[in-house]
Design a protein around this ligand. Structure first.
Ligand SMILES: C=CC1=C(C)c2cc3[nH]c(cc4nc(cc5[nH]c(cc1n2)c(C)c5CCC(=O)O)C(CCC(=O)O)=C4C)c(C)c3C=C
Ligand SMILES: [Fe+2]
Ligand SMILES: [Fe+2]
Length: 391
């Protein structure tokens, strides 16, 4: 029997307050998170944005005990999945590969090689594919594979997304049903799916299938929920955790909550749909920030469905996914990261006259160059603004 390494991909989170700044720097250094037309500005901009954001982020992490529980929960999921697979006769060892904090992808790959694993199943702990999450982790793994012949030789099967997998849908519907049954008005409780957002351009320009997978997933969960409860509840899907000035997927969670309050909705069952573990966005953003907004909007009962964490139906669903992948063909990292249609990932490069996409791109580039020169001058204390006595 082959020794199988199950590589679980996740984002990672700062474990202590001191980690917040470097964690944010790693996150914003990723071109799949901030898509710039030119890579030279990625690091200076990552430094600037992480410095500006770190105060707000630290405050949020402080309010949930000083760090993210993501590593602890992901490692627990990995252990439980491993023992489930071993009980089912697979010689499996699970590994955790985080994208922006420990344990980093590189160290997981080092462990896989050291343990003599013979084939790898890559399982992102994101049910829905997004360029910014699974896509970024697949690309990171691809970089490591290209640089390392020993890793490249291992057969690999990647699971791209699993938002419609029965194990996951059943586990989600089961947790929601429990909250609905415990509510004051089980027939009328409003099911509020709050998915993590992405910038609108990811979907509309880059062809990210994320929104379509989220919508399909919410519909499947509602169908299963109706079967479990024996009645159909009203529902809403909205997007949370917007960062920066650009437009993200709509409706925004805060706007949707206010609108439901105006419509007279009193009882809400909030479902964190894109997360399978408790983390800052569930514990701080939903439980503290959105609860407050909902209460102000007149929603008197605000229940939040817990994240799946190590729910047994969910862990069994993950084990089934691994079995299915092992029985199927090899799926390499390029195939897993592929977007459904041919799209332009970065704004067009060719110059064209007029007020058009091209001029906006070049305006943006010139502004970035000017801004970087300004930043450099601030750091070095030398440059044209100092020469003119303006700095
Ligand atoms: C489906 C899940 C996620 C998507 C999609 C996603 C996109 C995305 N996120 C940011 C910016 C930040 N994300 C941060 C933390 C964070 N994000 C996710 C999940 C998704 N992100 C997780 C699991 C975590 C870790 C949470 C933890 O407990 O530590 C942060 C840091 C926290 C904060 O300051 O709010 C930022 C910033 C962007 C820009 C983006 C899409 C482009
Ligand atoms: Fe957030
Ligand atoms: Fe995020």
């Amino acid at each position: 029997m082959a020794r199988v390494g199950v590589l679980l991909l996740n984002l990672g989170g700062p474990e202590r307050i001191e980690d917040v700044g470097p964690f944010l720097y790693n996150l914003f250094s990723d071109p799949e998170i901030i898509r710039l037309p030119t890579p030279v500005l990625q690091k200076p901009l990552a430094w600037l944005i992480s410095t500006l954001r770190s105060g707000k982020s630290k405050e949020a992490y402080r309010s949930i005990g000083g760090g993210s529980p993501l590593r602890r929960i992901t490692e627990q999921q990995a252990r439980e999945l491993q023992s489930r697979l071993r009980q089912e006769g697979v010689d499996a060892t699970s590994y955790v590969a985080m994208r922006y904090w420990h344990p980093f992808t590189e160290s997981a790959v080092g462990d896989i090689k050291a343990d003599g694993v013979e084939e790898v199943v890559v399982l992102p702990l994101y049910p829905h594919f997004s360029i910014s999450t699974s896509g970024s982790s697949f690309r990171e793994l691809q970089r490591l594979r290209q640089a390392d012949p020993a890793f490249r030789r291992l057969p690999i099967r990647c699971i791209r997304s699993w938002y419609d997998h029965p194990g996951y849908i059943n586990a989600m519907a089961g947790l929601i049903a429990r909250e609905v049954r415990a509510s004051d008005t089980p027939d009328a409780a409003h099911i509020f799916f709050s998915a993590h957002g992405v910038p609108k351009s990811y979907v509309e320009e880059a062809g990210d299938p994320y929104q379509q997978e989220i919508q399909a997933c919410a519909a499947l969960v509602m169908k299963r929920l109706e079967e479990l409860l024996g009645h159909a509840n009203p529902s809403t899907l909205a997007y949370q955790s917007r960062v920066g000035p650009v437009e993200w997927l709509k409706p925004y969670t805060e706007d949707a909550l206010r609108e439901l309050g105006e419509q007279g909705v009193k009882e809400l069952v909030v479902v964190p749909i894109s997360f399978v573990s408790e983390h800052i966005e569930t514990l701080e953003e939903i439980d503290i920030e959105y609860r407050e907004i909902a209460t102000e909007a007149g929603i008197t009962h605000f229940r939040r469905v817990p994240a799946l964490d190590t729910d047994p139906t969910f862990i069994q669903g993950l084990a089934d996914l691994v079995h299915e992948a092992m029985a199927g063909p090899e799926v390499n990292l390029d195939m897993a990261a592929q977007l459904p249609k041919k799209v332009k990932l970065y704004p067009q490069d060719k110059w064209a006259w007029g007020w058009n996409n091209s001029s906006e791109v070049w305006n943006g580039r010139l502004a970035m160059v000017g801004f970087s020169a300004f930043l450099l001058e601030l750091l070095t204390g030398q440059g044209p603004l100092h020469a003119l006595g303006l700095l």
